[in-house]
Design a protein around this ligand. Structure first.
Ligand SMILES: Cc1cc2nc3c(=O)[nH]c(=O)nc-3n(C[C@H](O)[C@H](O)[C@H](O)COP(=O)(O)OP(=O)(O)OC[C@H]3O[C@@H](n4cnc5c(N)ncnc54)[C@H](O)[C@@H]3O)c2cc1C
Length: 227
């Protein structure tokens, strides 16, 4: 399907959202992603296609991509995305993915590494919109205080007593001490980890060492941020 760019928004520092209107009605579950093709006359070795989470919630109807643009070192894909003008189109297929919440009555720990916050924005706003419980502790690691979706996420706290956010701003990292508060609950909580692949792997390993069960851990790997 074709997606038409209707809005660009700076979220924080080098993070931007691109909001697209789909050419046909599209249904997705909060937390899913799409596969995008954006032709470039001279693409680099990473090519002209990418996966991105739909950072908008289904009730918002439009498809939002939120990503970091590393201006000097940006891939040709992200240069093309940045240069898109309102009214231009991008090809997309999907949605797909199982990084979704099936039972909101369970207790969740969401762990985001930087831009890995995208599926959590979609899921949290969806739960709120559908008046479902938000039994979520969000552990949000970021390299600095430029926190993507900070205001939107914090606005949910006062209305949802079981929703909490804990920030880990460099040089503070998520380590074994961060999980001490979960104590005996570690084997029953549902952990969702999203972000750059090395971050996701290291938090998964840490959680397993601390006693979390593999079947209670869901992972959303964002490749491409390793270098
Ligand atoms: C299911 C899924 C969902 C995803 N959701 C998101 C999302 O919501 N938001 C998001 O930002 N990403 C998401 N990603 C990751 C996304 O697909 C890209 O891989 C990622 O954003 C990096 O983009 P990029 O390759 O354009 O590199 P850039 O972001 O442009 O650059 C990242 C780093 O790689 C270096 N680099 C750039 N180009 C090259 C090159 N040609 N060769 C060597 N190094 C290079 C840069 O200098 C920089 O250090 C998702 C991935 C998957 C699989």
């Amino acid at each position: 399907m074709l997606l038409t760019l209707i809005k660009k928004r700076k979220e924080a520092d080098d993070a931007y959202s691109f909001i697209f209107e789909p050419s046909e009605s599209i249904m997705w579950r909060a937390g899913q992603y799409m596969f995008y093709t954006l032709p470039n006359d001279n693409p680099d070795n990473r090519g002209a296609t990418r996966y991105f989470t739909i950072s908008s919630s289904p009730f918002e109807k439009n498809v939002m991509i939120t990503t970091r643009i590393d201006k000097p070192g940006s891939s040709t894909f992200k240069k093309s995305l940045t240069e898109m003008k309102i009214g231009e189109t991008i090809q997309a297929s999907g949605p797909d993915g199982d990084f979704i919440i099936s039972d909101p009555n369970r207790n969740y720990v969401f762990i985001a590494g930087g831009i890995g916050i995208t599926p959590f924005r979609s899921i949290l706003l969806d739960l709120y919109h559908r008046k479902l419980p938000i039994n979520v502790q969000l552990m949000y690691a970021n390299r600095d205080k430029n926190i993507v979706f900070k205001d939107e996420l914090e606005s949910l706290i006062s209305k949802n007593p079981n929703f909490k956010i804990q920030y880990f701003i460099n040089p503070t990292h998520i380590d074994e001490k961060a999980f001490l508060t979960f104590n005996s609950q570690l084997s029953t909580l549902n952990f969702y980890i999203s972000g750059p692949s090395p971050f996701v792997r290291s938090i998964r390993d840490l959680l397993k060492e601390q006693g979390a069960l593999s079947e209670n851990i869901k992972l959303d790997f964002f490749p491409g941020y390793e270098s």
